[in-house]
Design a protein around this ligand. Sequence first.
Ligand code: FAD
Length: 598
Amino acid sequence: MPSYTPPLRDMQFVMHEVLKITEDYKAMPRHADVDVDTINAILEEGGKFAAEVTFPLNITGDEEGCTLDKATHEVKTPRGFKEAYAKYIEGGWPALSCDPEYGGQGLPIVVNQAFYEMLNSANQAWTMYPGLSHGAYEALHTHGTDAQKKLYLPKLVSGEWTATMCLTEPHCGTDLGLLRTKAEPQADGTYRLTGNKIFISAGEHDFVPNIVHLVLARLPDAPKGSKGISLFVVPKFNVNADGSIGSRNGIFCGGLEHKMGIHGNATAQMVLEGAVGTLVGEPNRGLQAMFVMMNAARIGVGMQSLGLTEVAFQNALAYAKDRLQMRSLSGTKAKDKPADPIIVHPDVRKMLLTAKAYAEGGRALTMFCSLLIDRELNHPDAKVRKDAEELVALLTPIVKAFITDNGHIATNACMQVFGGHGFIKEWGMEQFVRDNRINMIYEGTNTVQSLDLLGRKVLGNQGATLKKFGKLVAQLVEEEGVNEQMAEFINPIAMLGDQMTKFTTEIGFKAFQNPDEVGAAAVDYLRVAGHLVFGYFWARMAQVALRQIAAGNTDPFYKAKLQTARFYFAKLFPETAMLMRTARAGAKVLLDTNEALA
Ligand SMILES: Cc1cc2nc3c(=O)[nH]c(=O)nc-3n(C[C@H](O)[C@H](O)[C@H](O)COP(=O)(O)OP(=O)(O)OC[C@H]3O[C@@H](n4cnc5c(N)ncnc54)[C@H](O)[C@@H]3O)c2cc1C
């Protein structure tokens, strides 16, 4: 059976020693009084919830899955899931970083995200039920009418109701411009929606009395393609003006998908038969409104893989210290035992360190991104807000794709540490691999994320936002450029920063002649950019560790941080050279292949 210990010390290191978040919060009136002790106390409690309430349901949830009663269209979630959700509401957890105007606690996003990392380590399938609600809350908070906000936000904030995002249809996944669900305007100002949605996470379940679906659909006179999509809020039960639950609406679950992982989460086929909905935002501008939820969800998906990377690492580390196989090549290490523990073998260490470096790098990046979102939402200076917004937009596809790809590498490596036992269900390691796999696919596949990064966010503005991140790197290089102890961390990122400028211009020029060059380079490009970002955070973490050690701090935590930073730069970061080379191989080698792919 796997185990899980919330990585509170490491979270505190990133929040308080690397990013110094409370100093940032002093400038934001809403968070000016949030102090280190409060944040730590909340996360300690949050960690207990994850480790004690939802983690014990992870394997049973995977084994049982969800079941649909075809007669009533009701879905039963695995044993214990509903009760865990009741405890979640009782603890006030859904309200953590929501607006006090709607019953929220108004705490920073960083705190909520750190809590979500732990929930995802504990049980990704369960966490998706409340996770989607938070994204819907953000979309309605930004684009909802006053009436919609009044009706839905308090219920989502308290967790009394949950929410979904209904985009995908059988013939339309990546290309939302193809969607067909229709919305007919009614005389009373509402709309009647008809169509079929598939793959809707948490689309139907037994946690709560009402589910709020955010649905993309087309108005009768809508232009073709993505410019003709509108967003609607469609509750499972219609809601009376006083907020009470009314009649059953015409949206129901027609089937559940059987899938590779996240079995405890209901992936529903949703049928809309004249379901009553109200418009969110402007007609035909539904994608803009939905993007609020999609961006939140993209970062949320990165957090899912971060959580799985951490829990897989913890279990692989414990196993590697315990499992005895073979002797160390450099001579016996455990003389009193019939063989050495496998942790003595260099390649086992490489697998463990890969997961550790990806977990800790991912934690630094996602916390930084969350801090940027706090700035974007709450900073009094418009320029700071704008800068933060642009940087979040640049980093979002990296959080989504780089961290989930790393999660794939890391959970597989951790499973490999267990040898054949990793493949056996009892240890729980194969579940981490299976559960992580969807993270690379939904919320825009990782290929689509890479096109968004290179095509829209880098080339689309001639690298202007990338230069903003480049400035952060340059600042660190200037600060530490003459510090010999930092050279091993600073030199690689300084060099990659320079190379990326040239690399980006080169792809930009090629793309002028042939737009397919962007598609051919994008996936490799995102991974290179991911390493630049991780490299920057690893250098900052090494900087803090070196300063502590120099000041006489003997806490082994700092030595461990330096060792992991060294491993990262020596063994993982250098893949950037190979990736730039393959990206430069260009489009022809992919497209001039009709015979090979005949
Ligand atoms: C378990 C699960 C849960 C989900 N939850 C939800 C949910 O809650 N709500 C919701 O609306 N949807 C949900 N989805 C749907 C998910 O977001 C889509 O599956 C995903 O966006 C991809 O769409 P598709 O499956 O139709 O693949 P397609 O769009 O058909 O893509 C197939 C392949 O082609 C590639 N491709 C497509 N276009 C391009 C391009 N321009 N350039 C390069 N490559 C391209 C893709 O990357 C992919 O590899 C879920 C899916 C699953 C499996």
